[in-house]
Ligand binder design. Structure first.
Ligand code: NAD
Length: 296
């Protein structure tokens, strides 16, 4: 069996097109242009690339894109003051502070300072709590994108067994909450899990969000399972000095066993930015008292 490839790039492109359509309608019908502010502290090369792509995607969808760049030695109070100004700015409906932050800044304090209504990353405890108790929330972008792909591949998720490997606040935990909300029977595995291969073999849905290159082997996977590989790991490439990107799942082995699988790159990654745009539209509509358009 060769698994169906879940093409995150094509899925994200289609989602971004629907978002651009929704933004044009909001503009026409309500005079509303959703606005996203992205804050970058310092010059970390990976973060700089992420922030640039987020700005370009926001602009391409017809939204207002504001990028705030601060030097690496910015004191926490200065960043908090900027977040406060963005909270009060009526043109801005979504605020994203790019992580990681330099050591003098407490990331939790910054996340706590963002108005939960504008927290398009879904990291604020209010949004995490709302998600946990089943209230409408801003949902973290990466798990939101994974859910969209799972629903597209499997349709109804009710009753399926799901394993999430990883329990971070950014991916693993919210992913598990979303699967529970979709009536899956969910197991969360982590660094202290005793029998990870055994847990994997039971799962109809396997989501790997660990950060360990090719940790999940082909013979751990239940035949026909749907595998979502969130991992993004750089390993040495075939040529000296070159690197390549691999997931948390040994792709070639897994593809021979699974029913459907996301590649790395080109799977979960492109969906994360598209979901950031979707969250910004959702946030803008909620703040404007306008019905949120169906984007998924
Ligand atoms: P994290 O380091 O915060 O969490 C990793 C989790 O994996 C932890 O809960 C830990 O308990 C668990 N873990 C570690 N070793 C393990 C092991 N041997 N067996 C089982 N569990 C183990 O990482 P994160 O922020 O959740 O990110 C996870 C991966 O997803 C990383 O590779 C990251 O780059 C990637 N990521 C990708 C996207 C995307 O858009 N594609 C977005 C966010 C994160």
């Amino acid at each position: 069996m060769t698994a169906r490839l879940i093409d995150g790039k094509a899925f994200a492109a289609a989602l971004r097109e629907r978002i651009a359509g929704a933004v044009a309608t909001l503009n026409r019908a309500h005079g509303l242009q959703p606005g996203l502010a992205v804050v970058l502290v310092g010059e970390d090369p990976a973060s700089t690339i992420y922030v640039r792509s987020k700005g370009e995607a926001t602009h391409a969808a017809g939204m207002l894109s504001v990028t705030e760049r601060l030097p690496a030695d910015t004191p926490e109070a200065e960043l908090l003051a900027l977040v406060g100004r963005l909270n009060r700015d009526p043109r801005i409906h979504g605020i994203l502070v790019q992580m990681p932050l330099p050591p003098q800044i407490n990331a939790n304090a910054v996340i706590a300072a963002i108005d939960p209504a504008k927290d398009v990353d879904g990291f604020h405890v209010e949004n995490a709590g709302r998600l946990a108790v089943g209230l409408p929330a801003m949902v973290p972008c990466t798990p939101l994108g994974c859910m969209m792909m799972l629903r597209d591949v499997l349709g109804e998720l009710r009753g399926r067994s799901a394993l999430v490997i990883g329990r971070s606040n950014i991916v693993g935990r919210p992913m598990a909450q979303l699967l529970v909300a979709a009536d899956c029977t969910v197991t969360v595995a982590h660094s202290r899990t005793r029998d990870l291969p055994g847990e994997c073999r039971r799962a109809e849905i396997l989501v790997a969000a660990v950060g360990r290159p090719e940790l999940v082997r082909g013979d751990w996977i239940r035949p026909g399972a749907t595998v979502i590989d969130v991992g993004m790991n750089r390993i040495p490439g075939d040529q000296p000095g070159k690197t390549r990107l691999v997931g948390d799942v040994a792709f070639a082995e897994a593809r021979a066993v699974a029913g459907a699988i996301t590649p790395v790159p080109g799977g979960v990654g492109p969906m994360t930015i598209a979901c950031l745009l979707a969250n910004t539209v959702t946030a803008a509509c909620r703040q404007g008292g306008i019905a949120v358009p169906a984007l998924a």
